[in-house]
Ligand binder design. Structure first.
Ligand code: ADP
Ligand code: MG
Length: 463
C-alpha cells in the first residue's frame, strides 16, 4: 500500500512541476538549469503561509516522490531522538512553513547548499540550528558547525537556541564573539556561533581549527555579504573551511544585487525565495505620525510612553548619539528606558539586552545594531524615530522590514509607528511603502486617546 502522505505529496509536486516552465526566468545563467518549483498555498494562517513559496532544487536527479521534500511533522525528518526531545522540550509541536520546506533539503545527503528566505519571525533559526546539530559527530572534539551573525546580540540568541535544541545531545558549544574566550584559549567545541571578525581572528591565530567544519551558516546573509566589513570577514572565514562544507544562507530579505553574489558564494544551492510583495508580515500593523519638527518627535515619544509599556518596545534611531540623548532625557524625566548601540562595551551590551529580554526594562532605544534577528516575543511596538537609510542616505526598505519585524514574531500581532517630520522623511517613508507594497496608515499626534484606541485595537487578540 502507498503511504497516503507520500501520495498527497507527489500529487502536490505534480502540480508544482507543471509550473516549472512558467517560472524558468528564476534559473541562473551560469548554473545548470535547476528544477524550479512554485506552490500555491491556500491556508490563511501566516505560518501555514498563504504566500507562494518558490523552491528551486539544485539536484535534478532528486526523487520528487520523496516525502522528505516537505514534512508536516518533525518526526518525519529522520532526526536523532535526542534532537527531537530538544525540539519538543521547546514546545515546537510542528514545523513552520520554512522549516517544513527547508529542513528536508538541508538534511539531504550528500549535503546541498541552501539559500533560504522567509519573513521575519517564521522560524529560520531552528532550521539551520537543527542542520548544524544533526551533522555533528560528537566523538570528534573539533568545530564542525559554525554560524555567523551580524551582531553579538544575535549570536548570543542563536547560541541560546542551539543549546536548547541540543540540550539532550552531548554537543559542546563555543562563542566566537569579543570578550567571550580567555586569552590563548583554544576552541574544541563542536558548534560555534560568532561574529565574522572575531571568528576569523580565532582561525588566524590558530585558536579555532576550521579543518573539520561541515556546516557553515550565515544568518542575515544578505547583510553579511553586503556590508563591507562583515562581508570581507565572512568570505575570509569561508576560505579557511573545507571546500566540501555545506553552505547555508538565511534571511528575510535578499535584494537582487546581493542574491547574485549569494549564488556565487553558495553555488548550486537549493533556493527558497519570496516575492517582493510577500515580504511584509501582515500581523504587523504599520502607522505613521506626522510630527512638526525634530523636537516635536521627542515630545510625541514621551507622550506615548504609557503605550510603549503595554508590552515592550524598541525605538530605532539613526545615530548612537540620538539614542543616548533620548534615553538620558527620558530617564531624567522619570521614565525607565535603556539605550543600546555598538559603542557600548561588551558587558554593557550584554546586560542591556538581557534586561530587555527578561522584561526588567520595557523600552529600548537602539540603533540598527539590533534591527535584525532579535526575537523577543513580548515586543509589541516598534518605533522608527528616524526612518532607516542606507549608508548612501537612501531609504532602506530592507532595514525597515527587519526593524518592524522585531514585533509580530511567529504569527503574533504587532504595531510599528514611523515618525516623519519634514519633506525628506515623508518622501523616504513613501518610497519604502511603495518598495514593499505595504500600507502605512496615519494616526494623529494630538489625539492620544484615538491613538491609544487604534494601537490597542491593532494589538487585540495578541498575547
Ligand atoms: P526568524 O529567524 O525567521 O525571524 P526565529 O527563528 O527567530 O525567526 O523564530 C521566531 C520565533 O518562533 C521564536 O521565538 C521561535 O522560538 C519560534 N518558533 C520557531 N519555530 C517554531 C515552531 N516550529 N513552533 C513553535 N514556535 C516556533
Ligand atoms: Mg532570524
Amino acid at each position: 500500500m502507498t503511504d497516503p502522505k507520500v501520495e498527497s505529496l507527489s500529487e502536490r509536486l505534480g502540480d508544482i512541476l507543471a509550473d516549472v516552465s512558467r517560472h524558468s526566468d528564476w534559473a541562473d545563467d551560469d548554473e545548470p538549469t535547476p528544477n524550479t518549483q512554485a506552490e500555491k498555498g491556500s491556508e490563511t494562517n501566516l505560518l501555514e503561509s498563504k504566500y507562494d513559496v518558490q523552491v528551486t532544487l539544485a539536484d535534478q536527479q532528486a526523487d520528487p516522490n520523496s516525502p522528505l521534500y516537505s514534512v508536516k511533522s518533525f518526526d518525519d525528518l529522520g532526526l536523532h531522538a535526542d534532537l527531537l526531545k530538544g525540539i519538543y522540550a521547546m514546545k515546537f509541536t510542528k514545523p513552520s512553513k520554512i522549516q517544513e520546506r527547508a529542513l528536508p533539503l538541508l538534511l539531504q545527503n550528500p549535503p546541498r547548499n541552501m539559500i533560504g528566505q522567509s519573513q521575519s519571525g517564521t522560524g529560520k533559526t531552528a532550521a539551520f540550528v537543527l542542520t548544524m546539530l544533526s551533522r555533528i559527530d560528537f566523538s570528534i572534539d573539533k568545530p564542525q558547525a559554525i554560524a555567523l551573525a551580524p551582531s553579538r546580540e544575535l549570536a548570543r540568541q542563536i547560541m541560546d537556541v542551539a543549546q536548547a535544541m541540543g540540550k539532550f545531545t552531548p554537543v559542546k558549544t563555543a562563542y566566537a564573539i569579543p570578550d567571550a574566550l580567555k586569552r590563548g584559549e583554544k576552541v574544541h567545541a563542536h558548534l560555534v556561533v560568532g561574529t565574522p571578525g572575531k571568528t576569523f581572528d580565532l582561525i588566524k591565530t590558530r585558536a579555532l581549527d576550521p579543518s573539520a567544519v561541515k556546516v557553515f551558516v550565515l544568518d542575515e546573509a544578505d547583510n553579511m555579504l553586503d556590508q563591507q566589513g562583515l562581508g570581507e570577514q565572512s568570505i575570509r572565514v569561508k576560505n579557511t573551511i573545507p571546500k566540501t562544507c555545506q553552505l547555508v544562507l538565511f534571511s528575510a530579505t535578499f535584494p537582487d544585487h546581493v542574491r547574485t553574489f549569494a549564488t556565487k558564494f553558495a553555488p548550486n544551492a537549493n533556493e527558497i525565495r519570496l516575492k517582493q510583495e510577500e515580504l511584509s508580515v501582515e500581523s504587523i500593523k504599520q502607522f505613521y505620525m506626522d510630527c512638526q519638527s525634530e523636537e516635536h518627535k521627542y515630545d510625541v515619544l514621551v507622550e506615548l510612553y504609557n503605550l510603549l509599556t503595554i508590552g515592550q518596545s524598541i525605538i530605532f534611531c539613526a545615530k548612537r548619539e540620538t539614542a543616548d540623548r533620548i534615553a538620558k532625557r527620558m530617564t531624567a524625566e522619570g521614565h525607565r528606558v535603556d539605550s543600546l548601540h555598538g559603542k557600548l562595551d561588551t558587558a554593557d551590551r550584554d546586560r542591556t539586552i538581557d534586561e530587555f529580554r527578561s522584561g526588567k526594562c520595557k523600552v529600548l532605544i537602539a540603533t540598527n545594531v539590533i534591527a535584525r534577528g532579535i526575537d523577543i516575543q513580548q515586543v509589541t511596538l516598534v518605533i522608527n524615530y528616524d526612518m532607516p537609510l542606507t549608508q548612501r542616505g537612501e531609504p532602506d526598505a530592507e532595514t525597515y522590514l527587519h526593524r518592524i519585524g522585531r514585533t509580530g514574531r511567529f504569527g503574533r500581532k504587532g504595531v510599528s509607528i514611523n515618525f516623519v517630520h519634514d519633506e525628506a522623511s515623508r518622501k523616504q517613508m513613501a518610497s519604502i511603502e511603495s518598495a514593499l507594497h505595504c500600507k502605512i496608515v496615519p494616526v494623529q499626534t494630538d489625539d492620544l486617546e484615538t491613538m491609544e484606541a487604534t494601537i490597542k485595537d491593532a494589538l487585540k487578540g495578541s498575547s
